[in-house]
Design a protein around this ligand. Sequence first.
Ligand SMILES: [Zn+2]
Ligand SMILES: [Zn+2]
Length: 379
Amino acid sequence: MEVNEEIFKAIFLNDLNRLQKIFVDYSIGSWNMLDKRGMAPVHYASFKGNLDIVCWLLDKGADVNFGKHRYSNSALHFGALNGSTAVCQRLLEAGAKRHVTNSIDRTPAQIAIDTGNFDCAILINNYLPKEEVMCFTKPGYSENELKLSTALAKLVYKFIMMTNIHPVKVVFEIPPEFLSDDNTLTIFNALHLLSRREFEKHHDTKEMLCFKFHYLATILIEISNLKDITSKKPTDPKEVFFQKVSSSHNFLEQFLNNVIVKFNFKDSTIFRTMVDYMTRGMDSKLPLEIILLLVGNKRSQYGEPANSQPITCSACEEPNASKKCRKCKTVKYCNRKCRKIHSSMHKKLCKKIRKDILASRSSEETSALGRCFSKLGFK
Ligand SMILES: [Zn+2]
Ligand SMILES: [Zn+2]
């Protein structure tokens, strides 16, 4: 058997040990080889969803964008097709191109959606190369005189890679370092610079990310300005925010309205769509719903049926919420804190749900009684 054939066979059988042995025995110098379909080893490993082999090949110098697949699928297309988010993440970190199209004009994210791999699509659509943030730490970097320490840049990168952007979740995730007096404005400027840079790019998710970074920047600066004027002691601005959300049913909507209005790119399609949704009279949507719909990465946006989506927390949209509302028992939360934060927004609906449940129970009881009477011959 030819050595190339042996390599592809080992990957097909998920046999990393065999692959490592071939590497030593044959002193393989390059992993940029192709089979008769034009697939490289990293295509095969991505198609198989084998993270260990993908990592090993990339560590050994395989080029993530190499290949001449006959249908023009890249390694990232195959990773998306397999549905492994870990493999897609590793390929993206190695510089896999996100906006290449295959012979039927589909990008890797679109292939992920087509095959029901929604988490891969969300990951790819939200991905930003780390370098785009780490450049703020480099000596000599001078755009807007912006300078971040490595530790702070890492926190900024983690913050912007969040895919659940419900405002409550965003505020939960603001690191304390972002709220210290020395850092807030610098991070706000960095996020706005990233937003502007996205707008200048040429790909289909640029406006979504442009708004997302503006949104995170504005939430950060607004939170840093929140103070409890009734308290003499210094207060945690995040707690002041949660307090306001839990005590007023429309605080959050006004807060988000302000975030939308402050968006710089008023000519963008995303801004026009938001304004359109807000001004439809009786059919208008509220800012929270609009933001979650257009930027929020909900799996329903990608076409996943509602019954297969995880149950999310009503306060912060995190998946796998398990604590029920004690009164209506129909909505769920992550924990007591989320339940408390959502209390004022849920109050009206909770009452209505309980009323509806009672009404349907009593109509069920009446009809059951009716059936008993008719069996006994009463009319
Ligand atoms: Zn929650
Ligand atoms: Zn309830």
